[in-house]
Design a protein around this ligand. Structure first.
Ligand code: IPM
Ligand code: MG
Length: 360
């Protein structure tokens, strides 16, 4: 089995190194090949997603991804910005389904900004459509840097679009996930999030999800407007089970959901295509302000590696071993700075990775 390892920018390098360390400590055999992506690839090769990196990702069974982006590239034309690397990978590999679980670890109940009883035992998943929506619609309006000053157009727009088949496939996946979770004790509920009171794209989304829902009579379906969903997520997060939504709303709501659990540094994600091939990355970004300090939390990436073992590499036992090891490390009181609280032990990125390896 071949894993393409793409650490990227900022803290990406440090956190991916810890996930690789954990993978190497398993008794599974992987071939891992590392390549440049994002700002570092732009600097070295002149493009954030070099052809060789894309080819490696396409040929691998799975991609382990860190993060991309740095403010220092804000003045580059959009096509060369680091973010284009992850968008290009998603589009080229057809990774249309993004799973972002928000799971509250018992040891971290106190780390959330919400009251403990609101989030204790929280276990929800946001399924975000990842290759459509305004992210990949037709944009218009450019700004160009001339002598260090921006000259922009007077008008700009992006096009939000979805087609029926794009909505159908993500809806089927969400209902399927709800069925699996129901078999394991969840409530069997899909909440579809849109803005159908204003947007045509959302009306189509709502109609198609409702239609697909009729094939899953064992699963409850409800629809929420995105503003209400954002509010409900902090009011009473445990009312949710599976949330399915489009690319832009999913981007925003998954950041919000991640913070319910205490830190965005804890949350993994999986992006899957129709063949089951996937890209696995922490839900958080490259955090350039934290880079090189050894304080980033590697657990989101380590848990992403576990998702990779489960979703793409058919190694569910190994995945579970990693998840159990992470729980043990937290139970021992080890914390990186983002989840630190009085009475626990603050450790570095590397120490956290080493502790997980020890528990394995
Ligand atoms: C994410 C990120 C990306 C996105 C950025 C880096 C393009 O925020 O994965 O959530 O908007 O999808
Ligand atoms: Mg995001």
């Amino acid at each position: 089995m071949k894993i393409a390892v793409l650490p990227g920018d900022g803290i990406g390098v440090e956190i991916v190194a810890e996930a690789v360390k954990v993978l190497n400590a398993l008794d599974c055999r992987f071939e891992m090949e590392t390549a440049l992506v994002g700002g570092v690839a732009y600097e070295a090769i002149g493009h954030p997603l070099p052809e060789s990196t894309l080819k490696l990702a396409q040929e691998a069974d799975a991609v382990l991804f860190g993060a991309v982006g740095d403010w220092k590239y804000d003045t580059l034309e959009r096509a060369l910005r680091p973010e284009q690397a992850i968008l290009g990978l998603r589009k080229n590999l057809g990774l249309f389904a993004n799973f972002r679980p928000a799971l509250c670890f018992d040891a971290l109940v106190g780390a959330s900004s919400l009251k403990p009883d609101l989030i204790a035992g929280l276990d929800i998943v946001i399924i975000r459509e990842l290759t459509g929506d305004v992210y990949f619609g037709k944009p218009r309006g450019r700004r160009t840097a001339i002598d260090g000053h921006f000259v922009g157009s007077e008008e700009a727009y992006d096009t939000m679009r979805y087609s029926r088949p794009e909505i159908e496939r993500i809806a089927h996946l969400a209902f399927g996930a709800a069925q699996k979770r129901k078999a394991a004790g969840s409530m069997g509920r899909v909440t579809s999030v849109d803005k159908a009171n204003v947007l045509e794209t959302s009306q189509l989304w709502r109609d198609v999800v409702a239609e697909v829902g009729t094939h899953y009579p064992d699963i409850m379906l409800d629809h929420l407007y995105v503003d209400n969903a954002a509010m409900q997520l902090v009011r009473q997060p445990k009312q949710f089970d599976v949330i399915v939504t489009g690319n832009l709303f999913g981007d925003i709501l998954s950041d919000e959901a991640s913070m319910l659990t205490g830190s965005i540094g804890m949350l993994p994600s999986a992006s899957i295509n129709a063949q089951g091939q996937g890209l696995f990355e922490p839900s958080h970004g490259s955090a350039p302000d934290l880079a090189g300090k050894g304080i980033a939390n590697p657990l989101a990436t380590i848990l992403s590696a576990a998702m990779m073992l489960r979703f793409s590499l058919n190694q569910p036992e190994a995945a579970q071993r990693i998840e159990v090891a992470v729980k043990k490390v937290l139970a021992q009181g080890l914390r990186t700075a983002d989840i630190y609280s009085a009475g626990t032990t603050c450790v570095s990125t590397v120490e956290m990775g080493t502790a997980v390896v020890k528990c394995l």
